[in-house]
Design a protein around this ligand. Structure first.
Ligand code: PLP
Length: 388
């Protein structure tokens, strides 16, 4: 029987594919060191879990029922306040749509803005989640190469060359996955100017906005509130990827349209996760929790980077300023190396080609948050042995 050409164009997510291989090896009794996922290894704080346990004890349907499709009003107010406290930006609750994770936020936003044939500018490298969705909606991803030497900040002239009458949006991930770079303020300002001048959407993926080790997040909404659509998630902070909760913020006339798509996809985001995150935001729990998480992840980042510099001093990398990943140039075919590392050495990584249109094929993305420091050192030992 026939299925749609759109569905035929979909492929399993690269990290899911690697997860499958890894699970097979683990079932065979192999020890696999996990540098392939952006899955936090520190659970949400104890108070967060205790709060949920206490409300689960109540004899009420409150926690189990449908919520408004846009998310519960108090949560949207808390997110609005949070955005003001974090970035000094004024985003009203009516501009916020709570979603079932960042992935659903991406789906609903692209479904809302794209027409067949529209072009969307992506940085090369960038998070692999955008390309398949753009194509699914009949759009065309246009890659703009960024340079290692520029710490992956885009060149504005090159960006302008990629823009034409079919361009609908530019996607910027900051802090970035896979590179960990932050957008520099002068580049952020220039990107906002381009979006305003050309009448383009600026989709800002801020999944890692509170996971910054050095530097500051650039808040595009301050420059271009009519153009910016923010994609946010609670998967990384407070660390509940399996609970599927995120949000979008967008100009007030667009948010209700994004909500309509979200309503068709999930009807409403998960209720228990909304109540738990509402408590997380309202109680100020993050102020105690995230500094500890950042300190631990920074330590692991430094352990991984130091080990690479010691054992593989020729490998090229930038110390990531945010996110969960180091993007490393090993100077050989990344897909082959990644396969060999998993097969021969039991180290799971993600090839740079999954994030790039060809330029970063000799890179691997290594996550430093999932494994403890001693396993990160062991992973680099194993990589060095494979590379000889
Ligand atoms: C940059 C970026 N955006 C979006 C997502 C999707 O996040 P979620 O787990 O909330 O679907 C991820 C997940 O790793 C990500 O790295």
């Amino acid at each position: 029987m026939r299925t749609s050409s759109r569905v035929e164009s979909l492929r399993e997510s690269p990290t899911r594919k690697i997860d499958g291989l890894r699970e097979r090896l683990v079932r065979e009794g192999r020890d696999v060191i996990l540098l392939s996922t952006g899955q936090p290894s520190i659970p949400p704080p104890r108070e967060f879990r205790e709060y949920l346990a206490s409300v689960l004890g109540e004899e009420s349907m409150g926690l189990y029922g449908y919520t408004p499709s846009m998310g519960i009003a108090r949560l949207r107010e808390a997110i609005s306040k949070d955005l003001y406290e974090l970035g000094g930006i004024t985003v009203g609750p009516d501009s916020i749509v709570v979603t079932a994770g960042g992935q659903e936020a991406m789906f609903s936003v692209l479904a809302t803005i794209l027409e067949e044939g529209d072009e969307v500018v992506l940085m090369d490298p960038t998070y692999f989640g955008y390309k398949p969705l753009i194509e699914y909606f009949g759009g065309k991803p246009i890659f703009v190469e960024t340079e290692f030497e520029e710490e992956y900040n885009p060149d504005i002239d090159r960006l302008l060359e990629a823009i034409n009458s079919r361009t609908r949006a530019i996607v910027i991930v900051t802090p970035d996955n896979p590179t960990g770079r932050l957008i520099r303020p002068e580049i952020g300002k220039a990107l906002s100017d381009v979006a305003r001048d050309k009448g383009l959407w600026l989709i800002i993926d801020e999944a890692y906005k509170t996971l910054i080790y050095e530097g500051e997040h650039y808040w595009f909404w301050r420059d271009a509130p009519d153009n910016v659509i923010g994609i946010d998630t609670f998967s990384k902070d407070p660390g509940i990827p399996g609970w599927r909760l995120g949000y979008v913020y967008a100009p007030r006339d667009i948010a209700p349209k994004i909500k309509l798509v979200s309503e068709e996809v999930v009807y409403c985001p998960p209720s228990f996760a909304q109540y738990a995150v509402l408590h997380y935001l309202e109680s100020g729990m993050r102020a105690k929790h995230m500094p500890r998480v950042i300190e631990e992840y920074r330590k692991r980042r430094d352990v991984l980077v130091d080990a690479i510099r010691r054992e593989l001093p020729w490998a090229r990398l930038h110390v990531p300023r945010g996110s969960m990943f180091v993007f490393v140039d090993f100077g050989v075919d990344g897909e082959k190396l990644s396969e060999e590392l998993l097969d021969k050495a039991g180290v799971a990584t993600v090839p740079g080609s999954y994030f790039s249109n060809g330029k970063y094929n000799t890179f691997l993305r290594l996550s430093f948050v999932t494994e403890p420091p001693e396993r990160l050192v062991e992973a680099v030992d194993r990589i060095a042995r494979v590379l000889g």
